[in-house]
Design a protein around this ligand. Structure first.
Ligand code: NAP
Length: 480
């Protein structure tokens, strides 16, 4: 099988100007899937110039014309779900059903913004002085540089490209270096759907160089970044030079809180499903489990039993529920987190090591830890790993305090059937996304993003469209 391995600049598929490529590795087999174009800042500059030229025409198209392109893109992605999902599983590792869900969720995002673009309304504001009239109109921000990570290579670009295009902006995308292939297939859909040349561009290359072009080129008016908090902070510092618009979707460390009225068996099923999806490599993955003292035994036993049943393997094989971790470095850092937690006093209830069932591939056993002290590194830093630390609590105020005791504020999960408890938690938790009895809250029509050091702004929903629009205020003085 061979893949399109080129960048897309100004409507043309091209190699890197310097001819360089990078090998994309399958984390389940450690084999090279395909060498892919890996350009330089020069390629990024050409892409920005193309996007800037295209912006002048694209911004003048109607929201209805743009909607047709976005809707057709969604349709093509749905038609090609099998092939795009297979590529995604091969380069990223997630099981095929999860990969298909990612492609379909992303198609839904394109379709939703196709419609929402038609609702970029301004306002008419009542005047206080006779003879004056006031209103606002919306204006697309301009060329957008979109940078995304490897854990959801399609979803996270779709959340940027779809609203940007709907708003009338043009885009230069930079995917994670190790997961460009499935996104190239999505860009094929965009082109075939009628996206004019230069409106969307895809550039692979060294992150720092591409980011330098985005940050220093006056034509780039906005950077939309999803990735680590550390890189997000660096971009924010540097974006201040030109006061570039910024959207930042950064790391998380979500608490998962189970109250005594919740069924511990159902709570455990949901916890295991939420925790080990994509091997815990999810920004909104629950990563600290607080269980009320009165049900901790039943919850922990059920969790261990369910975790041990999970089928680990190559994501292309039927029935596999957990794939390999994304890269070798992640295996090492996961092992280090487990060892460091053990040194602090934690006990491994199941897992805790690289799986010895596989000769090749980055397979780590889904892991449950108990008696985890708050000093363990995985309780402080975002773990991004298939590790489930179980802790206990005895009252609502203390668990709110523990849950909020972090620099992150992306997601939080609460399990209870008590309306008052649910409401008190919703008001008390410092998180941009709160799932109440719901472990998978993300959906195109609802806002997604974090508080504190988890980010700036929101993606998806109407806020996700507004992020690509400026508001212009018009004051009109009428004649006598
Ligand atoms: P990362 O190192 O920050 O990389 C993310 C993207 O930024 C990649 O395309 C990477 O390129 C690029 N990059 C790396 N260094 C850069 C720099 N100095 N300047 C500009 N771009 C740079 O993040 P990661 O560790 O791969 O991804 C996982 C992180 O993303 C986690 O913290 C996770 O929570 C977060 N995340 C957040 C959300 C959300 O919606 N809030 C969603 C998913 C993931 P290369 O691949 O070429 O290095």
């Amino acid at each position: 099988m061979s893949w399109n391995n080129k960048m897309l600049i100004d409507g043309k598929w091209c190699d890197a100007a310097n001819g360089k490529t990078i090998d994309v590795i399958n984390p389940a087999t450690e084999e090279v899937i395909q060498a892919v174009a890996f350009g330089t800042r020069e390629d990024a500059k050409r892409a920005v110039q193309a996007a800037s030229r295209a912006f002048k025409k694209w911004m003048k198209t109607t929201a209805y014309e743009r909607a047709k392109v976005l809707k057709k893109t969604a349709d093509l992605m749905r038609d090609r779900v099998e092939s795009i999902a297979k590529t995604l599983t091969m380069e990223q590792g997630k099981p095929l059903p999860e990969a298909k869900a990612e492609v379909l969720h992303s198609a839904d995002t394109f379709e939703w913004f196709a419609e929402e673009g038609k609702r970029a309304y301004g306002q008419v504001i009542p005047n206080s002085m006779p003879g004056k009239r006031h209103m606002t109109i919306k204006h697309p921000v301009g060329v957008v540089g979109a940078i995304s990570p490897w854990n959801f290579p399609i979803t996270l670009q779709a959340r940027k490209i779809a609203p940007a295009l709907a708003a009338g902006c043009t885009v230069v995308s930079k995917p994670a270096s190790q997961t460009p292939l499935c996104l190239i297939q999505v860009f094929e859909c965009l082109l075939e759907a009628g996206c004019p040349e230069g409106v969307v561009n895809l550039v692979m290359g060294p992150a720092q160089e591409i980011a330098d072009e985005f940050l220093e080129n006056q034509e780039v008016r906005k950077i939309s970044f999803t990735g680590s908090t550390e890189v997000g902070k660096e971009l924010m510092r540097r974006a201040s030079d030109q006061l570039k618009r910024l959207s930042l979707e950064l790391g998380g460390h979500a608490p998962f809180i189970v109250f005594p009225d919740a069924d511990p068996e159902i709570g455990a099923q949901i916890a295991v499903m939420g925790k080990f999806r994509n091997n815990g490599q999810v920004c909104i993955a629950p990563s600290r489990f607080y269980v009320h003292d009165s049900i901790k035994r039943q919850f922990t036993d059920a969790t261990i039993r369910l975790t041990q049943k999970l089928k680990l393997g190559n994501g292309l094989e039927p029935g596999v529920e957990i794939g390999p971790m994304f890269e070798k470095k992640a295996l090492t850092s996961t092992q280090e987190l487990v060892e460091q937690a053990k040194e602090c006093g934690a006990t491994v209830a199941t897992g805790g090591k690289r799986s010895d069932r596989f000769e090749r591939g980055y397979f780590f056993e889904p892991t449950v830890l108990v008696d985890v002290p708050t000093t363990a590194k995985l309780m402080i830093e975002e773990p991004f790993a298939p590790i489930m630390p179980i802790l206990h609590f005895d009252n609502l105020q203390s668990v709110i305090q523990a849950a909020n005791n972090t620099r992150y504020g992306l997601a939080a999960y609460v399990f209870t059937n008590d309306l008052t408890t649910a409401w008190q938690m919703a008001e008390g938790l410092e998180a941009g996304i709160i799932g109440i009895n719901d472990p998978v809250p993300a959906t195109p029509q609802c806002p997604f993003g974090g508080m504190k050091e988890s980010g700036l702004g929101r993606e998806l929903a109407h806020e996700g469209l507004e992020a690509y629009l400026e508001t212009k205020y018009l004051a009109i003085k009428l004649g006598e």
